[in-house]
Ligand binder design. Structure first.
Ligand code: ADP
Ligand code: MG
Length: 317
């Protein structure tokens, strides 16, 4: 079974159980209505969990513990940002083999604390255990958002412009460097140090013209597929407009994982003004890379014509 086949199996076999008010499996976070905030706005809580396993998600000899501590948190904050939320707290569960229980664990926590401080998130619980084989880390992050600001994968509309909120492919190229033993390149550093777009996600969440949003963890080819599937839509992506990070290449930008840039769709008539306002606010561009269609396929376009490419995303599974 593939990763997504397994998740789909879980989703359908648990669908008949009570949801207890949650919007459950299928988006970057589970969403729970949480009453009204001080200004009387409906609020929600957001929940997300991610797992990092030694040998699958990271190589210990190639990853300083402090950077891994930052990354374990960053990838979860990215999922909160992807829904338009503000991260507020995390739970950290960690299984440590004997040879990682001392300095390694301290350094890991120093990195985790650094990013917790930067984003003002509390560490409110978790679990610690010994491992017989390799390090395993699970982070659960909790966020909150005004209900009206929450952006889902399922709300893209035909005609929307598809945007990437940053350049793509640095992380995928960095992983190649790491696997080839080149640990000190800027791309390898980018792979180990993703920066979650928390401020950007909050800002985009507050914009009504932004319809669907998610974060790019498995690569554009795969992740845009999730928006299309959940929105029952298609897309045309212009290959020449995909923003390729310096030192990377087009295919890695389209298919490589772990860039953790936001991917969103916005109403076409507001797209230009939105892009200008984003640049004014953040001093960086968002990149229009194509549009949502009424079809059901992701179509790669070159110079306005479909280009048949068998490009897929990246999976650890
Ligand atoms: P992301 O890349 O944003 O973390 P995924 O593609 O990993 O999201 O997961 C897709 C959806 O499936 C999410 O809603 C996630 O919470 C859910 N999911 C993944 N694994 C499991 C699992 N083992 N049990 C229940 N839900 C899961
Ligand atoms: Mg995500």
């Amino acid at each position: 079974m593939t990763e997504f086949g397994f998740i789909e199996h879980i989703r359908t076999s648990f669908a008949t159980l009570p949801d207890n008010g949650f919007e459950g499996i299928g988006d970057d976070c589970a969403v729970l209505p949480a009453g009204t905030d001080a200004e009387g706005r409906e609020e929600v809580l957001l929940f997300t969990a991610d797992l990092l396993t030694e040998g699958v998600h990271f190589l210990r000899r190639a990853t300083p513990a402090r950077e891994l501590g930052r990354k374990a948190l960053a990838v979860n904050l990215s999922d909160i940002a992807a829904m338009g939320g503000r991260p507020v707290a995390t739970l950290l569960s960690i299984a440590l083999p004997r040879d990682a229980a001392g300095t390694w664990a301290e350094e890991f926590m120093a990195g985790y604390r650094e990013l917790s401080e930067r984003y003002a998130t509390a560490l409110v619980g978790g679990d610690t255990t010994r491992s017989e084989s390799g390090i395993t880390i699970n982070v659960t992050a909790i966020g909150r958002a005004p209900a009206a600001h929450v952006k889902r994968r399922s709300t893209a509309r035909p005609g929307d412009v598809v945007f990437a909120a940053g350049e793509l492919g640095a992380s995928g190229a960095g992983l190649r460097d790491i696997l080839a033993g080149r640990l000190d390149t800027p791309l390898a550093a980018a792979h180990r140090n993703p920066e979650p777009q928390v401020a950007e996600g909050l800002w985009l969440g507050a914009r009504e013209e932004v319809h669907a949003m998610m974060d790019l963890s498995d690569g554009l080819a795969s992740d845009l597929g999730h928006i299309l599937e959940r929105s029952a839509a298609g897309a045309e992506i212009d290959l020449e407009r995909i923003p390729v990070a310096a030192g990377s290449d087009l295919r890695t930008a389209a298919c490589g994982g772990e860039d953790y840039r936001l991917l969103f769709t916005a109403a076409a008539d507001a797209a230009e003004e939105l892009a200008a306002a984003f640049r004014a606010r953040f001093g960086r561009p968002v990149y229009p890379i194509g549009r949502i269609t009424a079809g059901r396929e992701l179509v790669w376009m070159r110079d306005g014509r479909p280009e048949p490419l068998d490009w897929h995303g990246f999976t650890h599974y």
